[in-house]
Design a protein around this ligand. Structure first.
Ligand code: SAM
Length: 204
């Protein structure tokens, strides 16, 4: 068990190889237009525009303006190849190996959109995110309530929507390498479509 979470928290219904699950490309959007706009708005507001790593990425990265240099890391090569903003594409399974195959201090910011619920060792991954971030760099994690239920961790499936930002903030704290995280619901309260939550933190 990682980082002091309860036994079974990181179990999944499908404990099979992630490479098999993500082998077929999915050229879909996983959240609706308003939620995608909320992701882009947050990136604009925070000024995520330099040398950026999109962790657990696919064919779309939701920036309103492409960052100066975007690296994308995910499971499906065809999806990453189709990402029009990407300058570098990395196929890597973070559950098999939480170490990001990049050198120390090589990016300004790391983003992770609608994917944190699939990480079985999130604290180790967040610790390694800090390693690849330059001083003052940020981790910006966004998520909604839509899920591949067989691949999401049990702790996420059983948590309420309100608890999920607390879970991600706890991952950040337990990694021990970031300042106190900020968390917010970024779609308006009572919004009828997909909600968009965000947790972000600066490397300490
Ligand atoms: C719901 S999709 C989100 C894709 C994209 N971030 C977006 O906003 O549309 C989940 C993504 O997580 C990635 N992913 C899932 N498990 C992973 C793992 N073990 N290691 C690395 N990436 C993973 C998949 O490649 C997939 O693209």
């Amino acid at each position: 068990m990682e980082g002091g979470f309860p036994a079974g928290f990181f179990d999944r219904v499908d404990e099979g190889d992630d490479a098999a699950f993500y082998a077929p490309p999915r050229f879909v959007t996983h959240i609706d237009e308003d939620a995608i706009a909320a992701v882009g708005d947050l990136y604009e507001e925070l000024g995520v525009r330099g040398d950026v790593l999109d962790l657990m990425s696919s064919w779309v990265s939701h920036f309103r303006t492409p960052p100066a240099r975007l690296r994308v890391l995910g499971m499906n090569a065809a999806e990453l190849d189709a990402n029009p903003m990407a300058a570098e594409r990395i196929v890597h399974d973070l559950n098999a190996d939480p170490r990001i195959p990049l050198p120390d201090e090589c990016v300004d910011d790391v983003v992770c959109c609608v994917s944190v619920d699939y990480l079985t060792q999130p604290v180790a991954v967040f610790r390694d995110v800090a390693r690849v971030l330059r001083p003052g760099g940020r981790l910006v994690c966004t998520f909604s309530n839509r899920i591949f239920p067989t691949k999401a961790i049990r702790g996420w499936l059983y948590a309420s929507e309100e608890d999920r930002p607390r879970i991600v903030a706890e991952y950040v704290r337990r990694s021990g390498v970031f300042e106190e995280p900020k968390a917010a619901l970024r779609t308006p309260p009572g919004h009828r479509g997909d909600p968009l939550y965000a947790v972000w933190a600066t490397r300490s």
